[in-house]
Write a protein that binds this ligand. Structure first.
Ligand SMILES: O=P(O)(O)OC[C@H]1O[C@@H](O)[C@H](O)[C@@H](O)[C@@H]1O
Length: 303
């Protein structure tokens, strides 16, 4: 069986590649894939803290949490009762037991999330989410479909306004990572509370050797995350911003569900629509997409 369900978790397998996820938060916690230099190995490509709560008591610390409808602390009037990063990452999603594709190229499934009494108590907006996960030999794609299910024909339209983001914890030696190409982009530096405006990125390759929490806006959408001996590329659609986050030791030690030294083992590269709000009219669907791909060859910039 290419999809195995065990309790509230699913495992998708395709050749040597596999991915494991929780219906809680639709959180992918593991993606294993070989590469052309290690054709016989299934190498873990994501980081998940060994102290992550996996019992539904809090969002899972690692993998790919789904952020919706607000990024960070809520700022939109309709989001004010929500927790940081919204409710998608700590709601239970549904799977219909079917595959979308299951062939020589890929295995793919879709999960859904609709308003529940618990969600509606905090967020009384009409929406339907579908999360499509696709696994190939060397790639993992995630796609979030957001539908505004309002049937109102009132004017002004009953728009759904939201932010969305894929909070990728890429397994990597954090102190050797470079993220490209971000040079020249404007970014909001969440670490620098003394500065309120936007900074301009001067670095050809962005590292996280010091605690980093930067929100780049109007970014190119395609990125490479590389380190000596490895890398992951990220290609996106409809996700105009990207967040780079690594707390390093001082802040990392204060995160209760972060394993000791965990910050040395990942960099978060998070494509999203998070500066301002995406808007969709009643009946319309927005689709945000990313594909994570294994980089097969050594690809380092000489900086
Ligand atoms: O601890 P959380 O809610 O999972 O958030 C982790 C981090 O997520 C990042 O996306 C934010 O930019 C950071 O500010 C935040 O600290």
């Amino acid at each position: 069986m290419p999809v195995q369900q065990q309790g509230d978790t699913l495992t998708l397998a395709h050749g040597k590649a596999s991915t494991h996820l929780y219906l809680y938060g639709a959180t992918i916690v593991s993606w294993k894939a070989s590469d052309k230099r290690h054709p016989d190995e299934s190498i873990e490509r994501l980081f998940c803290s060994s102290k992550a709560a996996l019992d539904g008591s809090k969002p899972i610390r690692g993998g790919i949490p789904v952020v919706f409808p607000c990024f960070g602390a809520p700022t939109h009037p309709e989001h004010m009762s929500l927790a940081q990063h919204g409710f998608a990452r700590n709601s239970i999603w549904q799977w219909d037991g079917k595959t979308i594709t299951d062939d020589d190229n890929s295995i793919s499934i879709g999960l859904t999330l609709e308003p529940t009494p618990e969600i509606s108590g905090k967020y009384n907006r009409p929406f339907h989410l579908t999360y499509v996960i696709t696994l190939t030999d060397y790639e993992l794609s995630t796609e979030l479909h957001v539908k505004n299910t309002s049937t109102s024909s009132a004017y002004p339209p009953d728009n759904l306004e939201f932010q969305a983001l894929f909070h990728n914890y890429i397994r990597a030696p954090a102190n050797q990572v470079l993220v490209t190409p971000l040079k020249g982009l404007k970014y909001f530096d969440k670490m620098d509370t003394s500065f309120d405006g936007l900074k301009t990125e001067e670095r050809a390759g962005v590292d996280v050797k010091i605690a980093t929490d930067s929100v780049y806006e109007n970014a190119p959408g395609n990125y490479e995350v590389t380190w000596p001996g490895g890398g992951i590329s990220i290609k996106t659609k409809a996700l105009k911003d990207v967040v780079i986050w690594n707390p390093q030791a001082e802040a990392g030690k204060k995160i209760g569900d972060m394993e000791n030294g965990g910050w040395e083992r990942y960099v978060c590269v998070e494509p999203g629509y998070v500066r301002g709000f995406e808007k969709i009219e009643p009946g319309r669907v927005w689709v945000g997409h990313q594909t994570l791909s294994v980089i097969h060859e050594e690809r380092r910039m000489n900086l």
